[in-house]
Design a protein around this ligand. Structure first.
Ligand code: ASN
Length: 339
């Protein structure tokens, strides 16, 4: 039987049209896809249905509530399809893919997020190829995870990050191998794909009101500025530190600000600013001082995965200490097992 895929169209450059102010989201994608995509059954192409969102957005506008809407829409249709493809803007695609992975844990069917750098309406575009490959993989390969397909690679969604604003190869997965490569053939890297779970255990939870912030350390940051950012009711902070997880711990007030916020229940997660590798807070005295102030090492999580994981765990109702324990442990392949 021809597999059937549900396409969720949320916005992004993929379906945008030129306007006086630049590219802007536009609807009516179903008709365009019907004339663009190869017919169902041809060369492995699946049949598909399209869900077009009423509020199509540039993904720069995406909020945690939007991640929840997409996860709930997939969960509601899960039994009816062999897989799902989410058409999304590239700017925050890695956040949405990460958020979906935490909501749809134990996934037994592919959910592939994709988009493009040039809209489908343009004569030269990457939209058609990206969607065709995403559909083929979702229909024919048992990849039980949230993937992000772009250009010629399927990446694990919660390991991906946008690395180029003007290249077709816009995403990379610095700390985990690609799940598949698409050339003349589609080659699945089975060793990199999550094992098929026994059962789904989705956690599609309404996002809470909590705020999660990101701060990238830089020479010249004052302790007063840090203290200001940490002011209540901040629930979580992703702190991007130097190298293996180091910060200016000798600066008066710096550790005090972190320790006070940790004591108030703010979960502070230490990630590296480096593009590859992760944090080991035990390696340097400047890192272990952060651990002493209650900062938890986030290993090799991406910023996108850390922000969405904090939102997910807090929205699930976990207490700060439980969130701190979960952050370094992989729930769905988002980070390496701690040493
Ligand atoms: N601004 C667009 C978006 O994220 C960029 C894109 O999709 N290529 O919606």
């Amino acid at each position: 039987m021809t597999p059937r895929i549900c396409i969720l169209y949320t916005g992004g450059t993929f379906g945008m049209k030129p306007s006086a102010a630049g590219y802007a989201p536009d609807g009516g994608l179903e008709a365009a896809l019907a004339t663009t995509l190869p017919a169902a059954g041809k060369d492995g192409m699946p049949a598909w249905d399209l869900v077009e969102y009423d509020r199509l957005i540039d993904s720069a506008e995406a909020q945690p509530a939007d991640w929840h809407t997409i996860a709930a829409d997939i969960a509601a249709r899960y039994a009816d399809y062999d897989g799902f493809v989410v058409i999304h803007g590239t700017d925050t695609m890695a956040y949405t893919a990460s958020a979906l992975s935490f909501a749809l844990q134990g996934l037994r069917k592919p959910v592939i997020v994709t988009g493009s750098q040039i809209p489908l309406c343009e004569p030269r575009n990457d939209a058609r190829n990206n969607l065709t490959s995403a559909l083929l993989i979702a229909a024919r390969y048992p990849v039980p995870e949230v993937g992000l397909f772009f250009h010629d690679r399927l990446l694990r969604g919660n390991r991906a990050t946008k690395v180029a604003s003007a290249d077709f190869a816009a995403f990379d997965s610095p700390n985990h191998a690609a799940l598949a490569r698409v050339g003349i053939n589609i080659d699945i890297n089975a060793a990199a794909v999550l094992p098929m779970p026994r059962a789904e255990h989705f956690q599609v939870v309404e996002p809470g009101m909590q705020e999660v912030a990101v701060l990238r350390l830089y020479p010249g940051l004052s302790s007063a500025r840090l203290q200001h950012l940490l002011a209540p009711p901040l629930a979580g902070l992703v702190l991007q530190t130097y190298g293996a997880g180091n910060g200016p711990v000798a600066m008066p007030g710096f550790l005090d600000a972190l320790a006070a916020a940790s004591a108030r229940g703010t979960v502070i997660v230490n990630l590296t600013q480096c593009q590859r590798g992760g944090v080991d807070q035990a390696k340097y005295a400047t890192g272990s001082a952060l651990a002493g102030a209650g900062v938890v090492g986030g290993g090799d999580l991406t910023v996108e995965a850390a922000v969405t994981k904090l939102h997910h765990l807090i929205s699930c109702g976990l207490e700060p200490d439980a969130v701190r324990r979960q952050m370094p442990l992989p729930l769905c392949g988002e980070c390496s097992e701690p040493a």
